[in-house]
Write a protein that binds this ligand. Sequence first.
Ligand code: SF4
Ligand code: SF4
Length: 438
Amino acid sequence: MADNGNVRKVYEILEKQLNQPLKTALEVCARCGICAEACHYYVSEPKVEHVPAYRAEQVRKIYRKKYNFFGKYIPSLVNAEELDEQKFNELVEMAFSECTLCRRCTFNCPLGVDTPLVMRVVRAMATASGKAPEILVMLADSAIAKGENPEIFKEMFIQQVSELEKELKELTGNPNAKIPVEKEGARVLYVGLAGAHTIIPPAIIFNEVGEDWTLSIYEAANYGVFLGDVERAKKIAKRIIDEAKRLKVQEVIVAECGHACNALVWEAPNWFAEKFPFRVRSIVELVAEYIQSGKLKVNPEANSEPVTYHDSCNLARAGGILKEPRLILQAVVKDFREMTPNGLENYCCGGGGGLVALPEYYEKRMRAGKPKAEQIRKTKAKIVAAACENCKLQLNDLNNYYNLGVEVKGLVDLVANAILYNRQKISANENQQANVST
Ligand code: SF4
Ligand code: SF4
């Protein structure tokens, strides 16, 4: 590699992250090829570069050069290679545009080889040597800056929320409906994403069940995760953790977002080696609980068109959130149709790992999403529900690219619709009864 400083950085990151799971991923592979069919890239374009084991092997080569005895002295014997600029650029391109970190290969590998972990390390190497996609770095850094200077944007945010509150009152016909911000002692801190569409439907749900909640001033998205940069990811997560501690909430509820859930629910306790004084869950889990306990009254007639559900890789494979979305859908839609395969075996939509934020990879991302588009078409559904913002963006793009003729919605959108419909029905019945009795 031309720049020795970069080589040093790359190996430093490898050294730093070389824990037992990574060593295992770099040393174990039976070369059976079973993982090929597991990867949506390979399914849509079957070529050797799209086999997960091939991807990991490119990193194993440079790993062996440094950490294997024969790799150091007789590299050809163990397929070891020196890292050079071109090779590193290829690795970076592969890790950011040809692997969505979906984990389907790991689930299907008889040895459980964690190829996405290897790809994450390449992302970390790219970030440390200034080769990560600029947009991802910028998004991560602006989230960090927001955490460092919350006062700058807080006033504007509160003003925007008061506008949303007016909209909420109108939609629900409830003059007492509220979107509280910075409410100390609230039971729930809800963390949305950029955009009113991640605030209004949950607000309808929370107001309907009479939840004691407050809205976070931050967004749940964590681009540090996509960069493989734990330090940045920790800073982004810490803003919300500190806010939850300051407000003394009992639960942090994360918006419909796979990677944000992954970061806050499963990764953050490890990053901070801390048991937080509050529970952290996805809104999908909380809404399923409301429905199961009978707290939330909904009417499935509100969503009468056939609906299918796309399992976000982060929620389903990484988080095991499989029953909850189905429980919600059975309650709020009339005709729910599963895709095949689904749940743990679901195909990635092709937009994960931060890819939807990278316009330069649009064509690649559309090609990689072909298996998902075919799955959707086969269900003949008119609505595709998903509980992840990145998935929804990708599904919308796939809808246009492959002419699927569907509408993409969040689970919370369908729930909010079923609540509003139920309310209308109840008040129509009351009016009818009042008319009869007069
Ligand atoms: S399925 Fe597992 S063991 Fe087989 S080639 Fe793929 S990564 Fe290697
Ligand atoms: S994590 Fe997903 S995208 Fe990456 S290699 Fe495995 S199956 Fe392919």
